[in-house]
Design a protein around this ligand. Structure first.
Ligand code: UD2
Length: 371
């Protein structure tokens, strides 16, 4: 009899253990699932098709699945409203002077390869929050006014745009009255003695601030040089999971070995001869917030490793960016229309100068002189 009782006890102990293990597994799986859900949720906002979906904190508790089933957005969705009027697209006519697709099948965006009525309609329907991260350290605050005033007129007009201005001198941030949906957020950072410190420091400060603040406030993020202005519209066509701009100086280069990639094997940015697609500029790059976070953090981490090894990549973060983009292809490649330069004449294939780098006296404007 005693033996039987002991046996029963053992059995019920085993049951309890099994049930506990099952419970823990379910809890663990739910935790991992909801973790995923939280990180990819931000994009999953209700669209106007579902006005009954409240945009409240309660939304955060919804799982991505529920959210999607309710008609919200996923990265890569290309939905458009009904009844939009635009020119019929052609399968025969298009740009013939330039290539408008990469060999990994991503769009290569030039004027004439998209209809802004369509691209803006798609992305405006999504109504994303766009963050623009710019640095204005030392004398570079002088560029803020032109950048912001022209951005107001041309950059993603009609979208929700916040300019995150990282500066060591808040007093010099001009009061520019922006358009509807456009905002400014100032982040104070220390001054620097070397321009290289500022340029590379952008990766560190952007990583920290995305983690602390921007992640909760934006769906897309652009990194831009402040010494530039917008001359023409930049719209929804520039948005994608990861968009990079061809450097104007090398876009016609047919010899990949002549790209100014980092060629010293000691650097983390090293790209061996015989490899490479394009040479991208670090003055304008953008994409879905989490993709950009990965890339910005990558540039930060890799430049820190270089520092430990006593080396600085030849073109700072631009070298790390180029290495990353070679092995993690961008989903849109933007033509040099998206960053031309006031230094250079505009060739025939650049039909629209959308953003342009301003002429500056490197020696005068940088804390430690020119190139
Ligand atoms: C090129 C790249 C730039 C970066 C740099 C690295 C272009 C158009 N730009 O720019 O993206 O890769 O090379 O060498 O190809 N800044 C300050 N204070 C300073 C110095 C820099 O705020 O004292 C910020 C500012 O936002 C500026 C940016 O860093 O726009 C890039 O620095 P730059 O314009 O002096 O570098 P540049 O023209 O060589």
């Amino acid at each position: 009899m005693l033996q039987r009782v002991e046996m029963m006890r053992n059995i019920s102990r085993t049951h309890v253990l099994i049930i506990l293990t099952l419970l823990l597994t379910i809890l663990g799986a739910t935790y991992i699932y909801s973790g995923d859900a939280i990180s990819s949720f931000r994009f999953c906002e209700p669209c106007e098709d579902n006005p009954q979906l409240p945009l409240t904190d309660a939304m955060k508790d919804l799982k991505v699945k529920d959210c999607l089933e309710n008609g919200a957005w996923r990265i890569g969705d290309l939905k458009m409203q009904t009844g939009l009027h635009y020119a019929q697209p052609s399968t025969q006519k298009g740009r013939t002077d330039v290539n408008s697709v990469t060999n990994w099948n991503a769009p290569l965006v030039w004027d004439g390869t998209f209809d802004p009525v369509v691209t803006d309609a798609i992305y405006k329907k999504m109504d994303p929050r766009v963050a623009v991260v710019v640095f204005a350290v030392g004398k570079y605050t002088r560029f803020l006014k032109g950048f912001l005033e022209s951005g107001k007129k041309y950059f993603l007009v009609g979208f929700r745009v916040t300019y995150y201005i990282f500066t060591d001198n808040e007093q010099e941030v001009p009061k520019v009255e922006l358009g509807s949906g456009q905002k400014i957020s100032i982040i104070t950072i220390p001054s620097a003695k070397r321009w290289q410190e500022v340029v590379l420091g952008r990766m560190k400060w952007a990583t920290i601030t995305i983690d602390k603040q921007i992640r909760n406030e934006a769906d897309y993020l652009f990194m831009m040089d402040i010494d530039s202005v917008f001359y023409n519209p930049v719209g929804g066509e520039s948005l994608s999971q990861l968009s990079a701009v061809l450097h104007r100086g090398y876009y016609k280069n047919t010899n990949r070995d002549a790209f100014p990639y980092e060629r010293r094997p000691l650097s983390e940015a090293y790209i061996p001869a015989g490899e490479g697609d394009y040479y991208y500029t670090a003055a304008v790059w953008g994409g879905y917030l989490e993709e950009m976070y990965k890339l910005v953090k990558y540039c930060y981490m890799k430049s820190e490793e270089d520092k430990k090894n006593g080396i600085e990549a030849v073109w700072q973060e631009e070298s790390h960016l180029n290495k990353y983009l070679l092995y993690n292809k961008p989903t849109k490649v933007l033509s040099p229309e998206y960053l031309w330069s006031d230094y250079d004449a505009v060739p025939a294939d650049i039909r629209v100068k959308r953003i342009s780098q301003l002429i500056k006296d490197y020696k005068e404007v940088r804390p430690n002189g020119g190139h």
